[in-house]
Design a protein around this ligand. Structure first.
Ligand code: COA
Length: 208
């Protein structure tokens, strides 16, 4: 009896699992926007994705995995922007909007819960994590998973450079032209053209 239950559970898991777009689905997405979507990328819910001319979604990039079901566009990528292998763009219940001529490098993880916008010409180096969401943890007697979430959103301006491994927390605005040093954790908004480093990130100089 236990074996049958196990088997049924396995069938249920497989039926419930999200299925990525087929080779044809990815080809049609690329065709529609006149851009490149690698046949080896993992693309979910392609109808909710808006690309533009000359976007490059490279091998093993992951788009829209585990985003809530819906009909509206939740992931927008501007012209000439490159999404490199192992980068993961996960809007969840929110949205991610990336401008033109940006790069999202290897292994970077972008969430969109409270809304994430990234301006034109911005470079996001490898293994950054940007998460516009926090768990509520005020009540120590209730598990954090039951206390809900807050999500204000993150805005990253134009011509920003985030070094390798930068983390950005919810509610932060990184102004146009900022540079953030490798490994920094940005917990407060940065005025335009700041150079900030460390955890928490502090402005050490300005670009002007
Ligand atoms: C932020 C950065 C651009 C600053 O370069 P810079 O303008 O030449 O600045 P400096 O090297 O003169 O450093 C200024 C100070 O900040 C410190 N600093 C620089 N980068 C830092 C970092 N990532 N974390 C903590 N402190 C840092 C330096 O130690 C120095 O401190 P000091 O004045 O006490 O000696 C550079 O250090 C950096 O982190 N680059 C990112 C590299 C990267 O991720 N490349 C990926 C390619 S896409």
């Amino acid at each position: 009896m236990q074996g049958v239950r196990r088997l049924l559970r396995q069938v249920y898991y497989r039926l419930r699992a999200e299925r990525p777009a087929s080779w044809w689905g990815k080809f049609m997405l690329a065709w529609r926007y006149d851009c490149h979507v690698s046949p080896r990328a993992y693309v979910y819910q392609p109808r909710r994705i808006r690309l533009a001319k000359d976007v490059e979604v490279q091998d093993r990039a992951l788009l829209n995995f585990h985003s809530t079901k819906g009909s509206g566009v939740n992931l927008t990528i501007g012209a000439h922007t490159r999404i490199l292998p192992e980068a993961k763009l996960i809007p969840q219940g929110g949205s991610i909007t990336i401008g033109e001529h940006c790069t999202v490098q290897y292994g970077t993880l972008l969430y969109g819960e409270g809304g994430l916008t990234i301006g034109d010409n911005t470079r996001i180096a490898a293994y950054c994590v940007i998460a516009p969401m926090n768990h509520v943890y005020a009540d120590p007697k209730t598990p954090i998973r039951l206390q809900g979430e807050t999500a204000k959103g993150i805005r990253i301006g134009r011509d920003v450079w985030l070094g390798n491994g930068v983390r950005v927390v919810d509610g932060v605005e990184i102004g146009d032209g900022c540079v953030v040093g490798a490994g920094s954790v940005v917990t407060k908004s940065l005025p335009p053209y700041s150079i900030a480093v460390g955890s928490p990130a502090r402005v050490i100089k300005r670009r002007e």
